[in-house]
Design a protein around this ligand. Structure first.
Ligand SMILES: *Cc1c(COP(=O)(O)O)cnc(C)c1O
Length: 406
């Protein structure tokens, strides 16, 4: 453990858009003794978490759980379904879409990166009409997959996945549809089956409130069929044996037992609250955060209100202000971690996470830290964002917090 020469009083404020704070209840569940991964209790645990996670993906089809970060599940999605040299159509929403595309190149695929020019595409969602036009032009069906990011964590934009499905259908194109909702799952509505997604990729350390270390591929029959013909090398990531052994609640290798205890607890919390309540809670905190940014007189990275992210808000700095210097000051003075600007927007903006185990006063603390830090950094603020966010929260009641007690 990293040793400081003093104990900082109070809790650190982890307001980055993942890893998000892990509730004590989940940490406690993860501290249960590790059990025999071939024993009967394990099979029951495996079946129960797979049943629960399917409800969160809104699917009845197999969901593969890997002991890996989200990046591993990206690789699994591509290597299980595609062959060397295959053309894939990917859409540039931001840094994470760019990383997924780089991975496709490294694996020997031929990604084509569609998007709006410059940073314009980093301020809006996926333009489904551009995907439709490109697929219509691909009369020979060379494109084998369409890959998009649902919640682009580098910008705070949540794209319309159903619209991309409609675009693929309108073009009458047979490409597989793959979606990264690593940071969107359990924050924003997601419908794997209804939206006809073939592979959905997700991870543990964002909306699911777990530590980093497990990730997911939700599958479709079409994806499973493609995996039988796909020629990219794969061994650890291969679905076939995992899906087979998962039927009894087991894995072909040693799964991440203690993280699965955590997942079981997280599912109980999320499904107990109800997915719609979870989504509404995220939307409400996001709206309060945006009210603060707007009151400060600063720009929100996402310029299309239809696709504002309920997970995080990107705050654009005025010209000449180094966003990372502001972040550093806030971290050092107030023990508050904010997300850095990534890729094309590095130094231009920072990100406030309001996902997972976040409530009104946690958000208010984060906004107070931002406001104090911005002032100390010499940023001219138009009005108090803290005041605006308090007004928003006071005027918009949340779901009754104590309903289970009543
Ligand atoms: C966090 C994240 C990733 C990367 O996941 P790791 O767990 O860091 O490997 C990929 N895509 C999106 C949208 C993310 O938010």
């Amino acid at each position: 453990m990293l040793k400081l020469d003093f104990h900082p009083a109070g809790r650190h404020f982890l307001q980055i858009p993942g890893p998000s704070p892990v509730p004590d209840r989940i940490l406690r569940a993860m501290s249960y003794p590790t059990i025999d991964h071939r024993g009967p209790e394990f099979g029951a645990l495996g079946l129960s978490v797979m049943d629960g996670i399917k409800k969160v993906f809104k699917t009845t089809q197999p969901v593969v759980i890997y002991p890996a970060s989200g990046t591993g599940a990206w690789e699994a999605a591509l290597t299980n379904t595609l062959s060397p040299g295959d053309a894939v159509l990917m859409y540039e929403t931001g840094h994470f879409a760019t990383l997924w595309k780089k991975m496709a190149e490294s694996l020997g695929l031929k990604p084509e990166f569609l998007g709006l020019p410059g940073v314009e595409g980093w301020r809006r969602g996926v333009q489904a009409d551009m995907i439709e036009a490109r697929l219509r032009a691909d009369t020979g069906h060379a494109i084998k997959a369409v890959c998009v990011v649902h919640n682009e964590t580098s910008t705070g934009v949540t794209s319309d996945i159903a619209a991309v499905r409609r675009a693929i259908d309108a073009a009458g194109h047979p490409a597989l549809f793959m979606v990264d909702t690593i940071s969107g799952l359990a924050c924003a509505d997601y419908r794997h089956d209804e939206w006809g997604v073939d592979v959905t990729v997700s991870g543990s350390q964002k909306g699911l409130m777990l530590p980093p270390g497990i990730s997911f591929n939700a599958l479709s029959q079409k994806a499973l069929e493609a995996s039988r013909e796909a020629k990219l090398p794969r061994a650890f990531w291969s679905w076939a044996e995992i899906v087979e052994m998962n039927k009894e609640g087991y894995w072909p290798y040693t799964p991440n037992t203690n993280l699965l205890y955590g997942l079981s607890e997280a599912l109980e919390m999320i499904l107990g609250e109800g997915l719609d309540n979870v989504f509404a809670r995220h939307r409400r905190l996001a709206a309060a955060c945006r009210a603060a940014v707007t009151a400060w007189g600063l720009e929100i990275q996402c310029v299309d209100p239809a696709v504002y992210s309920p997970v995080l808000t990107g705050v654009v700095m005025q010209e000449g202000v180094d966003a990372d210097a502001v972040r550093k000051l806030i971290y050092e003075r107030f023990d508050l971690s904010l997300g850095t600007g990534l890729g094309k927007v590095k130094g231009r903006m920072f990100r406030i996470g309001h996902l997972g185990d976040c409530n009104d006063l946690a958000l208010m603390a984060a906004l107070a830290g931002c406001e104090m830090g911005l002032r100390l950094a010499g940023v001219t603020l138009r009005a108090s964002g803290v005041g605006a966010a308090m007004d928003y929260l006071a005027q918009h009641e949340s779901a009754p917090r104590l309903k289970a007690v009543a």
